[in-house]
Design a protein around this ligand. Structure first.
Ligand code: EZ4
Ligand code: CO
Length: 402
């Protein structure tokens, strides 16, 4: 089998998505997600200028060798742009292999370890009352795990908490907007949120919370300790994690489980975190972490240390990534949970998907490969527009540096 052509499809059905389509001489094609929120065109250029010319004529069946070719062969390893481009190629090659062998991707990854994928939903509110009501609404939809974010007095729109009647979408059109953050207000308010949640929702739901890298290790240790009585499923990104040793401080203070890694892209981002068992879940998604081939190695490494998957699954990761993640989640032994935010309706005009939500889990149809298709004509109706994630300043104006 030979790769004859590959193209990058950029579209904006409600938000920007970058999709790689790899075609072969046997008429089989594969899709990969190449969306890097706010930096879409950098990945497009990396693929079009450097990777696609080298893909033509290669045998798509040799996935491991091609992964190493693009990772090691470039000399410049790691980094989100590089790893997203490699991730898209890798996903497309696994998709081709599944279609060529007429079997679902999960079957190529060792078969099913479970029949369904536990997911967590998002509940956001501009104040604690609204957040509690949003969490109740998710439970009524059947979700067994809910991530809760809230605005607080003096901070009604922290990162990721949409305004009233707005969809969750941290990236805004054009250049970045500036958001402000006050850690001392947050540290006082967040235990009140979870106190209220447990009082109103009871113990029969997993509660999660995302700190969005806003704290220093000692501040994060305080949060983990203060939230301990509420028995969270995890706190996410309590610190940015670049200083892996910083997590030691959180661990020393609290047994609250920690999830980290949605902005990581390499197995080397995890060495201290894994070997010292400083986290419980790793979040690096297939799309930004070099694809299925790399994530298999990371998951195996994690499993040695009792660390499980908790893949990032916000709506800026395309349906191709979500479907591939569900295959992976079904197959991998050390699965933890999958983040799930439903895409807007309009996304499904462009992408047809093999998964469906039902009572707190995602189910997958028996489809060869990843099982997502893209309607290229429809995609043309939704052209790209620049959008950026916000920048974050402390309330005195200082840019965050961690
Ligand atoms: O900030 O997907 O856990 N989810 C998150 C998301 C991320 C966005 C970044 O593109 O933190 O909201
Ligand atoms: Co997050």
């Amino acid at each position: 089998m030979k790769i004859t052509k590959a193209k990058v499809i950029v579209c904006r059905p409600g938000r920007n998505f970058v999709t790689l389509k790899v075609l072969t001489d046997e008429g089989i094609f594969g899709l990969g997600d190449a969306t890097l929120n706010g930096r879409e065109k950098a990945v497009v250029a990396y693929l079009e200028e450097h990777c696609i010319p080298a893909l033509i004529g290669k045998d798509p069946q040799n996935i491991e060798d091609l992964w190493q070719y693009f990772y090691r062969g470039a000399y410049w390893k790691r980094g989100p742009v590089t790893m997203t481009a490699i991730g898209a190629i890798d996903m497309a090659l696994w998709d081709i292999k599944g279609k060529a062998l007429d079997t679902p991707l999960y079957n190529l990854l060792g078969g099913k370890s479970r029949e369904q994928v536990l997911v967590y939903a998002h509940a956001n509110g501009q104040n604690i009352r609204a957040a509690v009501e949003a969490a109740q609404a998710r439970m009524e939809e059947g979700f067994k795990a809910v991530r809760v974010q809230s605005g607080f007095p003096g901070m009604s729109h922290p990162y990721g908490v949409p305004g009233e009647d707005e969809d969750y979408e941290p990236a805004q059109r054009g250049l970045p907007v500036t958001e402000y953050w006050d850690t001392s207000k947050y540290l006082k308010s967040v235990p009140r949120l979870f106190d209220k949640l447990r009082a109103e929702l009871g113990d029969n739901v997993h509660l999660l919370h995302d700190v969005h890298h806003r704290c220093t290790p000692s501040e994060a240790a305080l949060i983990a300790k203060r939230l301990e009585p509420y028995d969270l499923f995890w706190i996410e990104d309590p610190v940015s994690g670049e200083l892996q040793e910083g997590l030691r401080m959180i661990r020393a203070q609290s047994a609250t489980p920690v999830a980290i890694g949605e902005v990581f892209n390499s197995i080397y981002d995890y060495t201290t975190l894994f070997t010292e068992q400083l986290i419980n879940y790793f979040r690096m998604p297939l799309v930004h972490g070099g694809g299925i081939t790399h994530l298999q190695k990371v998951a195996a490494f994690a499993s040695v240390y009792h660390i499980r998957t908790g893949f990032h699954g916000a709506t800026d990761l395309s349906p191709v990534n979500l479907a591939a993640s569900i295959h992976f989640d079904l197959a991998v032994n050390n699965f933890g949970i999958q983040e799930y935010m439903p895409h807007q309706e309009v996304v499904h005009e462009v992408f047809t998907v093999p998964y469906r939500y039902q009572e707190g889990v995602l189910l997958l149809d028996e489809v060869p490969g990843i099982g997502v298709d893209i309607d290229e004509e429809k995609a043309k109706q939704y052209p790209y527009q620049m959008a950026s994630l916000p920048v974050n300043r402390k309330s005195d104006g200082t840019m965050f540096y961690w």
